[in-house]
Design a protein around this ligand. Structure first.
Ligand code: FAD
Length: 440
């Protein structure tokens, strides 16, 4: 009999959302998962599966049954010839990266953090940057799914290919992902080069930056023209690091957090803070070399609220300049740095924000200095307005106010995804409050 805990409180990484599931399970086997689904069916309970709990929204919350997948975390198979790895869906990418490296392999792209689970990362359409690369879920070659009825479905290019196109970005609503096979590449080193620029220069020369660096992104400092450009490219150079406790932590974290907290009483300080920290930390050229996953990942030190919409890549300049103009003409609307701008190749995954178009992701942020929420409504609404006008689609894991009516317009294959979901889960066992806004 599978063991359940009561009284567990769940909170996401940023401590911005939480819930108190009636029963909390940490199963180790598929049989235990089936038992939990049987119990949920008998008692008409909803079920929410949670991976790393990093989603900045309430997408992983429930008051009914929560299944934490941390014990289903094994590497099942490594096929060196095909460069593929098959894992249990609860494995953390931080563990997978290390194991792959032992076999001379690596994932071609990762998000900013790896303390996230394989199924959680694909499920919300996690992405990084590099116009030759798709979102993380494009690396999924096949997967297996346990449905609400207790059936196990294999999905690959040859078996249930339509379901594979839906389940790569599954939102946690199609069933429980049991295993995933990822397409890997030979392990590689990356050189990261960071250098200062201006918004005008970067936007005027976007194509050239996109061509020059395989994994190009940039950070714009709102209330200024300042930009920090980041190139990441394959290299044979030996590892080197410019990390410094004083600049990275004493200044870039402790001093910044104090000033951000002070600015909650004096918001007019924020434009100055953004400019001052650019001058302190981002005005010289910096290089680092390391294994790919150690360069892709960076330490996100601050708890934060975020929005991150994908717009058609050709709208990048117009949208960013509109956001800049909006902040300039409304001095009361203040924004923390940075606005992180990344680029991703289009794909054919039904609910991928990059469905059938190369995209620019524009990530805005408001930190929570010492856990304090900073008013952000005006900034949030202004940004969302620009993203919607630009034909944007919100990141599934991050903040947005979109509902079914919006998604029907954004996603040409939304009806197809809905009919797959309704067929697999007619009672809505895998829905929660977040997903009800998406589907009802
Ligand atoms: C510090 C930080 C940095 C981040 N950086 C990036 C970034 O660079 N790029 C980016 O795009 N996003 C980024 N994100 C967002 C993050 O990648 C996503 O929220 C991701 O989904 C988190 O994975 P998780 O395992 O924590 O998922 P969870 O939050 O635990 O779950 C996400 C969804 O997946 C479902 N799920 C999880 N496991 C299963 C399973 N086995 N079967 C079925 N459903 C399942 C859940 O039910 C839920 O719907 C970041 C978030 C944080 C907090």
């Amino acid at each position: 009999m599978v063991h359940a805990q009561g009284g567990v409180k769940f909170q996401n990484w940023a401590k911005t959302y939480g819930c108190s599931p009636e029963m909390y399970f940490q199963p180790s086997t598929v049989e235990e998962l089936k038992e939990i689904l049987d119990l949920a069916r008998q008692r008409s309970k909803k079920v929410k599966v949670v991976g790393g709990g990093h989603s900045p929204s309430d997408i992983a919350c429930t008051d009914d049954f929560m299944i934490q997948m941390g014990r289903m975390n094994k590497i099942l198979k490594i096929n060196k010839e095909k460069k593929q790895v098959t894992v249990e869906a609860g494995i953390l990418l931080s563990d997978l990266n290390v194991e792959l490296n032992k076999h001379g392999l690596a994932l071609p792209i990762l998000g900013a953090v790896s303390e996230v689970a394989a199924a959680g990362v694909i499920g919300t359409g996690t992405h990084n940057t590099g116009i030759r690369h798709g979102i993380f879920a494009t690396q999924v070659a096949s997967l297996t799914l346990l449905t609400a009825s207790g059936e196990i479905l294999e999905c690959s290019e040859s078996m249930n290919p339509e379901l594979l196109q839906a389940a790569r970005v599954h939102l946690g609503c199609l069933g429980i992902i049991l295993t995933i096979t990822f397409q890997c590449v030979t392990e590689f080193y990356l050189q990261e080069t960071t250098f200062p620029s201006t918004l005008k220069e970067v936007l005027d020369n976007l194509d050239s930056h996109l061509k020059k660096s395989e994994y190009f992104r940039f950070l714009w400092f709102p209330h200024s023209e300042n930009v920090s450009v980041i190139y990441q490219d394959h290299t044979n150079k030996p590892p080197s690091s410019s990390a410094s406790w004083f600049w990275d932590y004493a200044i870039g974290y402790y001093l910044l957090e104090l000033l951000l907290w002070i600015s909650t009483f004096l918001p007019c300080l924020l434009p100055w803070i953004n400019r001052f920290f650019f001058w302190l930390l981002f005005t010289s050229k910096v290089e680092n070399v390391n294994l790919s996953y150690k360069i892709f990942n960076y330490e996100c030190r601050f708890k934060q609220h975020v929005q991150d919409w994908a717009i058609p890549i050709e709208k990048t300049k117009e949208a960013l300049l509109e956001l800049k103009g909006l902040l300039e003409s409304n001095p009361k609307v203040v924004a923390h740095y940075p606005v992180e701008v990344r680029f991703t190749r289009g794909d054919d995954i039904l609910l991928s924000p990059c469905f059938q178009r190369d995209s620019c992701y524009m990530n805005i942020i408001m930190y929570r200095p010492y856990g304090k929420d900073v008013p952000r409504l005006d900034y949030w609404l202004a940004y969302e307005g620009i993203m919607k006008k630009s034909g944007g689609r919100p990141h599934w894991a991050k903040a947005h106010t979109s509902t079914r009516r919006d998604f029907e317009k954004m996603y040409p294959e939304f009806p197809k995804f809905c009919s797959i979901r309704e067929k697999l889960d007619p009672r809505g066992m895998f829905l929660n409050a977040y997903l009800e806004k998406v589907f009802y």
